[in-house]
Design a binder for this molecule. Structure first.
Ligand code: SAH
Ligand code: SF4
Ligand code: F3S
Length: 464
């Protein structure tokens, strides 16, 4: 860290005239949540968000380090911003550049060295100190702050429902857990996000209540290892994510709950019971397995076998028969043979995914996987990925088609592209286009699915 920063108390009264911040978010939903909280922190400093980079006085790149390509994007974006900064400064306008998120955490000072235009580099645990860092940077001192702050950043951020001019949505993300202690051998997250920390129950309940009071109907609880969340009840009893869901299900106004991302090893009985008992908990679960080969799972340090995963899925489906599954897969992990890959394909066939994300293994410096010498050829990886994606896409379409003719509840989220059309969300996280003029955003209505599109469903309002 270059400079020591103090933590400002959240205040919503701007001391300076309005400035504009443009935030570009890369990576996972936790970064989406962090971007919105950074905007909250900056609102207290007189910033309003803008969707137009050219009119911003501050551009923040909230970055992702998960694969090489993700990290590379940051440096090419910074190159373009450097020119924009010169042009704006020549006009006498303030234009600052900040790098936040996981590349900031992983590369810190290196970013400042490589990119002279960058004013501040702030890690995921210290972004509540952004206003102070900017103040320092305005005096010509570039700031790198990638500490794991001793104080809890959430305690130092303003109430997200009280931000002037903040766009309201009927869905929201809420980080309940951060960091990861699992150390899968391919993954940078334990290094960029640190060890597992759970936010306390009272903080989460308060934030959910505030969001529900301000009109949010659906909340997705987030964590790199969200089902590793643990806390204490008001009378000191230990709680897990299942218990937390039972508690949040009672909050008036909240209609839907989801959570992501889970690790198979942390799917305990209580959480499965929550899927059985809670109607507000949507029947959709993102449960990455990464590979179907026990040999590769072991090399990845996933610490479960393919059969354990399949047995788990069976238990979850027994508890909630309409649950749909989603997953993540990596192809071409070092040492992966055609036989290992066939095991992955077989597992996918057995599970039947409603949605899935699949990636070619990307070597990440500093992770144990990078040390392995039996790396798989790029061409082989590409060819396997294509085969896997074809299967996954077919399953996704089969699932969507199985819903045609069915009646379901959708949460109306936003106006559609066509006049009179509204876009809602199905319980299984699909976008649903419905034609109707007198519908209210935020309502949950019954529709009948009439057709499927490439990435969405079409529906009509169900009678009665
Ligand atoms: N905590 C989550 C995943 C976080 S990263 C979990 O354990 O499931 C999101 C996904 O990125 C991972 O599930 C994995 O499929 C993928 N990923 C992570 N590191 C990768 C790497 N080095 N190369 C390719 N894909 C990777
Ligand atoms: Fe990465 Fe594994 Fe942790 Fe997920 S569980 S964040 S893949 S180390
Ligand atoms: Fe990327 Fe960091 Fe999320 S590396 S996937 S932004 S936790």
């Amino acid at each position: 860290m270059t400079d020591t920063l103090t933590t400002p108390e959240p205040s919503l009264q701007p001391e300076t005239p309005l400035k504009k911040v443009f935030i570009k978010t890369y990576g996972c939903q936790m970064n989406v949540y962090d971007s919105s909280r950074m905007a909250d922190a900056l609102a207290a400093d007189g910033y309003r968000t803008t969707e137009v980079m050219e009119e911003a006085n501050l551009v923040l790149l909230n970055t992702c380090h998960i694969r090489e390509k993700a990290a590379d994007k940051v440096y090419s974006a910074l190159g373009r911003l450097r020119d924009m900064k010169k042009a704006r400064q020549a006009k006498g306008e303030e234009f600052m550049i900040g790098v936040t998120g996981c590349v900031a955490q992983a590369e810190g000072e290196e970013i400042i060295r490589r990119e002279p235009g960058v004013d501040v580099v702030i890690g995921p645990q210290t972004y509540h100190r952004l206003p102070d860092a900017l103040k320092k940077a305005r005096t010509g001192r570039r700031v790198v702050d990638t500490d794991y702050a001793v104080e809890d950043k959430f305690e130092h951020l303003p109430d997200p429902t009280k931000i002037p001019g903040k766009r309201r949505s009927v869905t929201a993300f809420l980080t309940v857990q951060e960091g990861c202690d699992k150390f899968c051998t391919f993954c940078v997250v334990p290094y960029t996000r640190g060890s597992e920390v759970s936010r306390p129950l009272s903080q989460i309940v308060d934030e959910v209540k505030r969001l529900a009071d301000s009109g949010v109907r659906e909340i997705t609880l987030l964590g790199q290892n969200v089902n590793g969340w643990h806390g204490e009840s008001r009378n000191g009893a230990p709680m897990g994510l299942g218990d937390l869901l039972y508690e949040l299900a009672e909050i008036p106004g909240l209609a839907r709950l989801r959570y992501t991302t889970s690790h198979p090893r942390d799917m305990d009985d209580r959480l499965i019971e929550a899927h059985r008992d809670l109607r507000v908990l949507m029947p959709y679960l993102h449960l990455p397995v990464q590979s179907g080969s026990d040999r590769i799972l072991k090399a990845m340090n996933r610490r479960h076998k393919a059969a354990d995963y399949l047995a788990l899925i069976e238990r979850i489906r027994a508890a909630r028969p309409d649950i749909a599954l989603s997953g993540d897969f990596i192809v071409g992990f070092p040492g992966e043979t055609e036989e290992d890959f066939a095991d992955t394909m077989a597992l996918v066939e057995k599970v039947g995914y409603a949605q899935a994300f699949s990636f070619k293994y990307s070597t990440r410096p500093g992770t144990p996987g990078a040390e392995l010498d039996n790396q798989v050829d790029e061409e082989v990886k590409s060819e396997r990925l294509a085969r896997l994606q074809e299967l996954l896409l077919r399953q996704q379409h089969d699932f969507a088609r199985s819903l045609v003719g069915q009646t379901m509840d959708i949460l109306l989220e936003k106006p559609g592209r066509m006049e009179g059309q509204v876009i809602g969300k199905s319980p299984w996280l699909q976008s649903v286009n419905v034609d109707a003029k007198s519908l209210q955003i935020g309502d949950i209505i019954k529709v009948r699915i009439t057709d499927t599109g490439p990435n969405s469903l079409f529906a009509e309002v169900a009678p009665g």
